[in-house]
Design a binder for this molecule. Structure first.
Ligand code: ADP
Ligand code: ZN
Length: 436
């Protein structure tokens, strides 16, 4: 099913024409309403009429998280305060919160895009959908909530926390869908196991997972344990919230709501735009936002874009899964390391639970990487009976990590249930080098 065939299946020519028209409009709008953008354009000797087609976008300056912080709290807001009906703040995974104001029209577009996502996962009005992203300043909870209501399914605003009560509700109400972080989905699966609830007792069939990077192995693990099909949901508060892109049944990349959010990929070092297909930093321009539009916002998320009609019938550009954030990237002994690389190794080995932590330190001027991983309960019990088993497992993991990361890592195996669980976004790296 497709929520908005008109927009999601538009011909490429029509889409480019629409994007060009909307870009011109948003550029004039911010030029006249946000001194920050006007100053930046004036420094480049530009006026809004220099932007006529979507290709002209490369003439515009970039916007960064730092710009948002420097203009805290309302400096980049374009609409008058009387038009703002809601304020969110980014979760501040990587620093101070940034404030985002939405007009009534922004909220309507957000709900529309979120309805596109849910419909593409196969959600219908007959579904009962639990939203277990955090409600509050974080965009996940309310963003998904309005989308479920807008498309006419039933929303259960479970939020995070109180997971046992939530698990009971999932069973008793026959909840069929859930939106949450992949980490929370695993936490829920563990809680359900602990409570003695079987996945066969549940009606869960669809998961809308996002807000943090996750791997294919993580997907398999969640699907298997909760008995549902897991789909990717991507978004960020600076651009809107969850709904910027979503997987379809083909699960070959996530379709971007391109009529509202225009994507580019750039080289994060030279800032040069890269051709479609190449990996780099994802950049978004909001084409219709009123509250706080952003021009060429650098997401720091690393991925690639795919063109071409998808088998599902949608024509919108797709983005690959996020490999990491350019600011999540660790440089250890000069080598780039992403936590997701460690995750893919850990989850490919059945001896381990999907719980890990990277600890980076500097000893005698040399970077060290320690990877802590939890052993699965079943395996742990068996291994304790066999001398040398744990040592052998440690060596096996260290060897595989070395192959994938190209640097050696010290492995520390942990007993089951000893690595801290997260209900929202997981923190998986402790970099002790920064605080020294
Ligand atoms: P912040 O984390 O900076 O406080 P947000 O709370 O808006 O800001 O989170 C947005 C970020 O979360 C994205 O830029 C991206 O890094 C990450 N994210 C969101 N959805 C996904 C997803 N499906 N896959 C990978 N990363 C995601
Ligand atoms: Zn598709």
């Amino acid at each position: 099913m497709i929520w908005n065939r008109n927009k999601e299946c538009m011909s490429r020519d029509e889409m480019s024409a629409l994007q060009g028209k909307r870009l011109h409009k948003v550029v004039s709008y911010v030029y006249h309403n946000v001194p920050f953008y006007r100053d930046k354009m004036q420094q480049l000797g530009m006026i809004p009429d220099d932007i006529q087609t979507i290709e002209d976008i490369t003439k515009l300056p970039f916007t960064t998280k730092k710009d948002l912080r420097d203009n805290y709290p309302f400096g980049l807001q374009a609409a008058p305060q009387s038009e703002i009906v809601r304020i969110h703040a980014s979760s501040g995974t990587t620093g101070n919160a940034t404030i985002v104001g939405y007009t009534r029209k922004d909220i309507a577009i957000w709900s529309e895009c979120m309805s596109r996502c849910l419909t593409s996962y196969g959600v219908t009005r007959d579904d009962i959908f639990s939203v277990s992203y955090g409600y509050g300043l974080f965009t996940g909870g309310l963003g998904a909530h309005y989308g479920v209501e807008n498309m006419g399914a039933t929303v259960v605003p479970a939020s995070t926390g109180n997971t046992e009560k939530h698990a009971k509700l999932i069973r008793d109400l026959g909840i069929t869908g859930i939106a949450c972080t992949p980490s929370y989905a695993l936490y829920l699966a563990e809680t359900i196991d602990r409570m003695g609830i079987k996945k066969e007792d549940l009606k869960l069939r669809v998961g809308a997972f996002g807000a943090e990077p996750w791997t294919e192995n993580m997907r398999k693990e969640i699907e298997d344990r909760l008995g549902l099909k897991g789909y990717n949901l991507y978004g960020l508060s600076e651009v809107m919230g969850p709904c910027v892109s979503y997987e379809c049944k083909c699960q070959n990349g996530s379709h971007i709501c391109e009529d509202h959010f225009y994507p580019e990929i750039i080289n994060p070092v030279t800032l040069e735009p890269l051709p479609k297909g190449q990996s780099g930093e994802l950049v978004f321009t909001t084409l219709t936002k009123e509250g706080m539009p952003v021009l060429r916002y650098r997401t720091r998320d690393l991925c690639s874009l795919m063109e071409g009609e998808c088998e599902c019938g949608r024509t919108s550009v797709r983005m690959s899964s996020i490999k990491g954030r350019s600011d999540d990237m660790l440089i250890i002994r000069g080598i780039n390391v992403f936590p997701s690389q460690v995750e893919s190794v850990v989850l490919s080995m059945e001896e381990f639970a999907p719980r890990y932590m990277l600890i980076v330190d500097r000893v005698n001027n040399l970077d060290t990487l320690t990877v802590q991983v939890e052993i699965r309960q079943e395996y742990f019990e068996k291994a304790l009976d066999t001398i040398g088993e744990i040592d052998a497992l440690e060596k096996k993991l260290a060897h595989r990590l070395q192959n994938v990361l190209s640097i050696s890592a010290k492995v520390q195996l942990k007993e089951p249930n000893t690595i801290e669980r997260s209900q929202g976004k997981s923190a998986r790296v402790i970099d002790k080098r920064v605080i020294k």
